[in-house]
Design a protein around this ligand. Structure first.
Ligand code: KIV
Length: 318
């Protein structure tokens, strides 16, 4: 009798295993530990990624992610509430970008941003970020002058906002400033290619480093940033083949924006990818939502409810 039960159990288990391979059932835990199954997983088109690893992201862990080939997801944020939302959605790095100048303050370029304004934004973001590493942009005019001024600016950012790293635009021209900041134990992320703080020199937001001389300088700059101790580099709007070459020639993570898929991670400006700011539509931008329309409709609905005295009703009053 006992051997009959065992044989039957083995048969059932084989059937379940077969169904599992065919993805009709997937093993889990049931049937007294002999056989296990659960319903098939339904693929979700708008899938969300939830990191298994809920530990705080550090600069070291980003380098490990590159080593094991795990792509890094970085996004900008400028306030507490949005930082909390994107942190919970699994973003690895939150950049408090000086793009705040465009999307928060309505300026045409990033140049007007001040150190006090960046610290204000970074301070709010840090409070909302639990897992993601928070990197704060050093604004235009706070690090190009001399290394001591650069160090003082970076120290203010770290001390007052509690951000965990700073990002700086440029290569060989700002080497001494970067080195001075690194020597104080402040992690630095480089930014090469289209560097928006130099827009008045470039005169255009077109793709950078298409010519050999600029491409060669960019590769040299990237190697230099790695050599002096930067923990990562953002490459903005350069040919995908060049970005891939850079990512393959350094051991620190290379995060692209308009730099193709051959790099170690991607960064986008949150307002652009959520469709809050619809005036900006470069080829590299993928829009994941149309919040402008959602907000417009919701607010329109509210205005109409107020005008028609539909809001508030009795249940919404004390
Ligand atoms: O300021 C910013 O948002 C940036 C990204 C575009 C990388 O520097």
């Amino acid at each position: 009798m006992f051997s009959f039960i065992i044989k039957q159990a083995i048969r059932v288990r084989k059937i379940i295993q077969f169904l599992s391979i065919k993805k009709i059932f997937v093993p889990l835990s049931a049937l007294s530990g002999i056989v296990t199954y659960r319903k098939p997983v339904i693929e979700n088109i708008m899938s969300t990624y939830t990191s298994e690893d809920q530990r705080k992201v550090t600069t070291m862990r980003l380098i490990e992610m590159k080593r094991r080939g795990e792509k890094i997801a970085m996004l900008t944020a400028y306030d507490y509430s949005m930082a909390k939302l994107i942190d919970e959605a699994g973003v690895d790095v939150i950049l408090v970008g000086d793009s705040a100048s465009n999307v928060m303050a309505g300026n045409v370029t990033t140049l007007p941003m001040t150190l006090d304004q960046m610290i204000y934004h970074a301070k709010s973001v840090v409070k909302g970020a639990r897992r993601a590493l928070v990197v704060c942009d050093m604004p235009f005019g706070t690090y190009q002058g001399n290394p001591i001024e650069a160090l003082n600016s970076a120290i203010r950012i770290m001390k007052e906002s509690h951000a965990e790293a700073v990002k700086m635009e440029g290569g060989a021209e700002i080497r001494e400033s970067i080195e001075r900041i690194l020597s104080a134990g402040i992690p630095v992320m480089g930014h090469l290619g289209l560097t928006p703080q130099s827009i008045n020199k470039f005169g255009t937001y077109a793709v950078r480093a298409k010519e050999e001389a600029e491409a060669n300088k960019l590769i040299e700059d990237a190697k230099m940033l790695e050599e002096i101790g930067c923990f990562g580099i953002v490459l903005e709007k350069i040919p995908a083949a060049l970005a891939k070459r850079v990512a393959e020639s350094v051991s620190i993570p290379v995060i692209g924006i308009g730099a193709g898929g051959g790099v170690d991670g991607q960064v986008l400006v949150m307002h652009d990818m959520l469709g809050i700011n619809k005036d900006f539509s470069p080829k590299f931008l993928r829009r994941y939502a149309d919040l402008a329309t959602i907000i417009n409709e919701a607010v329109g609905h509210y205005v109409s409810d107020v005008k028609t005295s539909d809001f508030p009703n009795e249940k919404e009053a004390y």
